[in-house]
Design a protein around this ligand. Structure first.
Ligand code: HEC
Ligand code: HEC
Ligand code: HEC
Ligand code: HEC
Ligand code: HEC
Length: 193
């Protein structure tokens, strides 16, 4: 092969591929956590949704009472935990830590799992009132020992459901009670205000 031929046919394409590969790799590994499905940070007290929402069937809204009343679902305060843990399982290491933290009067800082960028407006109310089960977006929380993100927080994912909620929800196991003819907003201002 002529050296120039070789350059054009082999080295340049391979070099191009290598550069492309690097770009994809760097982009993938440095993307913000909020986009990553499966993101499951370690929490200050190992709190299990499986034990509470699954085995003991405590309703989601008992601890996340904001979900049908405000933009934010809210994460419970230590007072709420202590309603039960002053009497339940009081002597395990984790509950002793919890009690100590509660008595010290300091707030607990749960690691945020889901986190949309600031320029996006999300409100739990219209979704919960439309009858969309928490699990459609958050996955089978009641089976999770450690809570993880199961929804993509990309704009395309929001729009997929806003355009055609029924196709979207059919893919999910939880689809009871959804109002049949609802569509979500597609105008930019609904989510960017
Ligand atoms: C006994 C209280 C309790 C119950 C019941 C409960 N949760 Fe939670 N939830 C928490 C606590 C505490 C956290 C923060 C620690 C963590 O992420 O594990 C949390 C975190 C979450 C998060 C992640 C928040 C974030 O940072 O993005 C979601 C989503 C969630 N819960 C959904 C649910 C759903 C859905 C149910 C019902 C199936 C439910 N929870 C039942 C206490 C509860
Ligand atoms: C409605 C009652 C109730 C509430 C509220 C509640 N828990 Fe629990 N929790 C339980 C029960 C019941 C168990 C024990 C389950 C079992 O082992 O059978 C438990 C177990 C635990 C355990 C495991 C204990 C161990 O080491 O075996 C931890 C940690 C825990 N809870 C933390 C929390 C935190 C943090 C909160 C507040 C966000 C909370 N719980 C709110 C009822 C509750
Ligand atoms: C249509 C999808 C959708 C449904 C349905 C939904 N969520 Fe969420 N949830 C989200 C998104 C998106 C975020 C991230 C919001 C942000 O970062 O501003 C979030 C965040 C959260 C958080 C952490 C931030 C906060 O608002 O406190 C909790 C806790 C939570 N959801 C619980 C619930 C519970 C409980 C239900 C059911 C009653 C529920 N969600 C239903 C999409 C949903
Ligand atoms: C599973 C389906 C589903 C997903 C996923 C979903 N939405 Fe929605 N959303 C809806 C439906 C249905 C409505 C309309 C409810 C109504 O009109 O009562 C809605 C309404 C809204 C509204 C209120 C619009 C208004 O006119 O006030 C906002 C804001 C919104 N969604 C933002 C988001 C964002 C941001 C995401 C992605 C992070 C998202 N939604 C993901 C189904 C969904
Ligand atoms: C249903 C909610 C929703 C609607 C409607 C919506 N967006 Fe978004 N948008 C999002 C979310 C969520 C993100 C953040 C995640 C992402 O970048 O994919 C986002 C991100 C963006 C970004 C930043 C992208 C980046 O890489 O940082 C731009 C620009 C944008 N949207 C423009 C628009 C325009 C223009 C419209 C109207 C045609 C629109 N959006 C309608 C939810 C929405």
């Amino acid at each position: 092969m002529h050296p120039l031929d070789r350059l054009l046919r082999v080295i340049l394409p391979l070099g191009g591929l290598a550069v492309l590969g690097m770009v994809v790799l760097v982009g993938w590994t440095t993307q913000p956590n909020r986009y990553v499905e499966g993101y499951a940070p370690e929490q200050p007290i190992p709190f299990s949704h499986k034990v509470h929402a699954g085995d003991n069937q405590i309703p989601c809204l008992y601890c996340h009472g904001g979900a049908d009343k405000s933009r934010i679902a809210g994460v419970p305060s230590l007072e709420l935990c202590m309603n039960c843990h002053q009497v339940t399982r009081t002597s395990t290491d984790n509950i002793l830590n919890l009690t100590e933290l509660y008595q010290s009067g300091q707030p607990i800082f749960w690691e945020r799992v889901h986190n949309l960028p600031d320029h996006v407006f999300f409100d739990h109310r219209p979704h919960v009132k439309a009858g969309i089960a928490c699990q459609v977006c958050h996955g089978e929380v009641e089976k999770m020992e450690v809570l993880r993100q199961s929804m993509s927080l990309r704009m395309g994912n929001c729009l997929d459901c806003h355009r055609n909620m029924h196709d979207y929800i059919r893919k999910a196991e939880y689809r009871k009670d959804v109002k049949p003819d609802l569509v979500g907003a597609e105008n930019c201002f609904a989510c960017h205000r």
